[in-house]
Design a protein around this ligand. Structure first.
Ligand SMILES: [Zn+2]
Length: 297
């Protein structure tokens, strides 16, 4: 296995690096995304970056958002609006002088899950479900060593599993529906819930208060954990995965969410499973590492 190149396109920066045959990694300095209305300049810079990495006719790329059915054309992402409707493989292939099929494109949460499964928190067990707690909740599932994409590449959108669809608890989600998991347990949702209770909206501070003792902060993070557990229970009932990996910026509060997650799982999972629940290990590098692994996934 030769050195492989992975790229992870984010709303703020593009992370990339080399994954060597012995499993060692070599991250590159992140490149600011700076995507204006015209994506041409961004695509030029991205192609140059791929060349600088020494990629030879093969690169894996993770990108946020979902693809139009049956294609690798982005159907839209609020953070990367200018890339909507663009066929990244064709655009990059033309700039690099490559066949577009040599460019592997995948949802960013899916590549992060693949990275963690092969070289991170799931290294010993392989199969896992990963949730990334950030602005929204990204989801990725790896089973039998492969990303679960579904027929149109829209599978594993765990953030949009509906956990409270009726009553006063029902909250509107950015997807246009009510009661989605990410409306209760993302970093954004946590800030909203903390502010509603008059608690600090600094997530690190909130977690520190919860660690320090009983109080409304601890109760809130337990309630948010329980919502996360309710959503994850749906995944486990369906797929019986042995490991849950929690990543993303707000994933740093996993220790304070854990008692709640266990409660939510116990409440909704008939089989009373006790999966391993572990923090992501590759941090912000998971995406590009997983992308580099796409060629054989
Ligand atoms: Zn939703």
């Amino acid at each position: 296995m030769a050195t492989r190149i992975g790229v992870d396109i984010g709303g703020t920066s593009v992370k990339a690096g080399r994954l060597h045959a012995d499993g060692s990694i070599e991250p590159m300095e992140p490149m600011p995304t700076l995507l204006g209305r015209d994506p041409g300049d961004f695509l030029d810079r991205l192609a140059r970056r791929i060349e600088e990495l020494g990629a030879k006719q093969s690169v894996g790329i993770g990108v946020p958002g979902i693809f139009a059915p049956g294609t690798r054309t982005l159907a839209g992402n609020p953070n990367l609006k200018a890339l909507t409707g663009i066929d990244l493989r064709t655009e990059l292939g033309r700039r690099l002088g490559w066949d577009p099929s040599s460019i592997q494109l995948e949802n960013d949460a899916n590549v992060a899950a693949l990275g963690e499964a092969r070289l991170g928190a799931g290294r010993e067990v392989g199969d896992l479900v990963m949730v990334t707690l950030g602005t929204g909740i990204g989801g990725g599932i790896v089973m039998d060593g492969k990303i679960v994409r579904g027929s149109l590449g829209r599978g594993a959108e765990i953030g949009h599993l509906v956990i409270h669809d009726r009553g006063p608890e029902s909250v509107a989600c950015g997807c246009g529906r009510y009661g989605c998991l990410e409306s209760y347990a993302s970093a954004t949702a946590t800030i909203r819930r903390a502010s509603e209770q008059g608690l600090t909206t600094d997530l690190g501070g909130l977690a520190d208060c919860a660690r320090a003792g009983e109080g409304p902060e601890r109760a809130l993070l337990e309630a948010i954990g329980a919502d996360l557990g309710r959503g994850l229970a749906l995944v486990l009932v369906l797929l019986d995965l042995p490991t849950i990996v929690v990543g993303g910026g707000f994933g740093a509060a996993l220790d304070t969410l854990l008692p709640g997650i266990r409660m939510g799982l116990a409440e909704r999972d008939f089989a009373a499973r006790e999966p391993r629940i572990v923090p992501a290990r590759l941090g912000a590098e998971a995406g590009w590492i997983g992308a580099a692994l796409l060629a054989d996934s």
